[in-house]
Design a protein around this ligand. Structure first.
Ligand code: NA7
Length: 577
């Protein structure tokens, strides 16, 4: 079976193979397929690189991989049966459970037959004559489609630093292609077979959210020694994970709709109230007293302690100080503790990780830390790795070095709009979008959780549902009104990009070298990439745009406007919807 074998019954794509092509079968691609196929009756195909659904939860299988959003809100809210039938087993779901959940939702909605697995999009080009997209895949096929929807996630292109002796991944393998004679992996593309740490000398490079989850597990799983290479320390807050029992579920189920509604109507997609406006008027002792219960409760509640946490350096410094002291209290060796205390950035201006026993892990005899800030890693060798000053020998090297975030996967796909302009060229100085959903010069293309939308600054399923529903409603409108093409104006795009910058500049985020700022990838333009105005505010904006009949977009209705002849492919919305 290949992507050009049309499987969907229904839909009315005339001259195109499909009404819509969606790239990616994670949370967003699955829901988008469901809405376009089952609500609108369109002919839709999802193209997915992996051999199963799951997106980020398919690839990130490293030890300790767990969602940092609480499980009962890390879910679809649109389907009562899925909500009623699924019970999460822990406060934060582990990777296998999220993957199982997405498989369950896929089967409930009968989505599998319209997903083309093990197929990668190699290019997507807009053809101006026909006003359609031509999408090519690595099996040599090209299909045409009216709409092109990217649902590729924000953190899906693993980042491999430019060390000598490493060439990326071995073809078709989970192993890194290196001169190293031991095993070498990246957490973002972890092997499906169990990795055995028993008795081995293991190196982990990177102490972001991923490293912080993986390190305690690897130390416990029998590694003889575990050496952590840290460039910048992070502020990690205890997750305080625990099993969820019947009582928890009864309570959740009794209020589920209300909880989810409030998540959807909040700044970060989480139903927790903000503790206090500011810490400006409090002494450090008062701040500590105020934060202690939130610390004990664990998770992102600490992030929501003060309304002005990410805009007011005085508030933030007090919270940061509280967190630094917690690290010093936990790590027994004071010199080591100081290496783990962040002083280069404000709390939450880099993605704030949650942890389980991360700092305690440094009290184990088999664990050591190498600070590579002053003496960077230069190369991978046959026996291990080398910094400028020292050589190390290992049996296994693990890169927890993150992702080419937000735009990496989109730019890999060779997307071309009008006049053959590539997205890469268009975004040479940073992303330019209208609403983080669409791009001038790329008609009928939608980017689910794209750059300049809240995405990674929210509980992802909430941001995803807002986008997917917006796109579905938009396409329904286009179909009903016989609109051929939708494209944001240059003016709308410029205004949205300027608004993004203006809002980000009011915060402390631009002061940190984070992947939010593209700073983790050399040569990427420094620009704050997600939208920080808040999920609720953002949702209000995109809803209003739709209510104003897609204000800021140019709608092309006539075939003559396209300069093409012949019959138009015409979509029709399912009767009764
Ligand atoms: P992150 O947060 O980008 O963390 C990557 C880590 O790797 C971070 O500690 C980096 O140090 C480190 N790094 C990157 N390059 C190097 C080199 N050359 N030498 C040493 N250390 C390096 O990625 P994660 O996978 O942890 O998390 C990504 C998101 O996935 C997470 O936020 C969740 O949303 C899910 P740095 O801090 O840049 O100095």
């Amino acid at each position: 079976m290949s992507v050009s074998d049309k499987q969907t019954e229904g839909g009315t794509a005339g001259e195109t193979d499909y009404d819509a092509i969606i790239v990616g079968a994670g949370f967003s691609g699955l829901y988008q397929l469901h809405l376009l196929r089952d609500k609108l009756g369109l002919s839709v195909k999802v193209i997915e690189k992996a051999d199963d659904v799951g997106g980020t939860w398919y690839w990130n299988r490293y030890p300790g991989a767990r969602c940092d959003s609480e499980s009962h809100i890390y879910c679809y809210s649109f389907n009562d049966e899925i909500l009623d039938e699924w019970e999460w087993s822990e406060r934060y779901p582990e990777q296998p459970e999220v993957l199982e959940y997405l498989r369950f939702a896929t089967d409930q909605l009968n989505l599998r037959s319209d997903i083309e697995f093990e197929t990668e999009v190699t290019s997507a080009a807009f053809d101006e004559n026909s006003g359609t997209w031509q999408i090519s895949t690595d099996d040599g096929e090209t299909v045409t489609s009216q709409f092109f929807i990217t649902a590729v996630g924000c953190l899906s292109e693993p980042y491999i630093p430019d060390f000598e002796g490493i060439e990326g991944f071995k073809d078709g393998s989970y192993h890194l292609d290196t001169v190293f004679e031991g095993e070498a992996y990246h957490t973002g593309k972890w092997p499906h077979d169990p990795v055995d740490f028993e008795g081995k000398d293991v190196a982990v490079i990177g102490t972001g959210a991923t490293g912080i989850q993986a390190i305690p597990e690897i130390a416990k799983e029998g590694a003889r020694t575990l050496t952590i290479f840290q460039r910048t320390p992070n502020y990690a807050v205890p997750a305080r994970n625990r099993p969820l029992g019947d009582e928890d579920w009864e309570e959740i189920q009794a209020n589920y709709r209300k909880i989810l509604d409030s998540a959807h109507d909040s700044g970060f997609g989480m139903p927790f109230s903000v503790g206090r406006e500011t810490a400006e008027d409090m002494t450090q002792e008062e701040v500590e007293e105020f934060l202690e219960p939130r610390w004990k409760e664990g998770g992102f509640r600490l992030l929501l302690s003060f309304e002005d946490l990410v805009v007011n350096s005085e508030t933030n410094e007090k919270v940061s100080q509280f967190l630094r002291d917690k690290i010093r209290e936990t790590v027994e060796d004071p010199e080591l503790a100081e290496k783990l205390v962040p002083t280069d950035h404000y709390y939450a201006t880099k993605r704030p990780p949650l942890h389980t026993d991360y700092y305690k892990t440094y009290n184990r005899d088999n664990v050591s830390l190498v600070d590579v800030d002053e003496d960077p890693i230069e190369r991978i060798t046959s026996e291990g790795l080398e910094t400028g000053e020292t050589s190390y020998e290992f049996d296994m090297i693990i890169l927890a070095t993150g992702f080419d975030a937000m735009t990496g996967t989109l730019l890999q796909m060779d997307i071309r709009g009008r006049d053959g302009l590539t997205l890469d060229e268009k975004w040479a100085d940073g992303p330019l979008t209208y609403l983080g959903l669409s791009v001038h010069g790329f008609p009928n293309m939608f980017t689910i959780t794209g750059p300049q939308s809240p995405s990674v600054l929210s509980n992802m399923p909430v941001a995803i549902e807002h986008h997917v529903e917006w796109v579905s409603n938009c396409i329904e409108y286009l179909v009903e009104n016989d609109v051929k093409l939708l494209e944001p104006t240059k003016a709308a795009e410029d205004a949205w990009t300027a608004h993004n910058k203006e809002v980000a500049d009011q915060t402390l985020y631009p002061t940190a070298d984070s992947w939010y700022m593209n700073e983790n990838i050399p040569d990427k333009p420094t620009v704050f990439t997600p939208y920080i105005g808040g999920v609720d505010v953002y949702h209000g904006i995109i809803t209003e745009v739709a209510e104003k009949e897609y204000e800021g977009f140019e709608l092309t209705e006539s075939i003559n406007d396209l300069g093409r002849h012949g019959d138009q492919p015409r979509l029709s919305v399912m009767e009764g919807d």
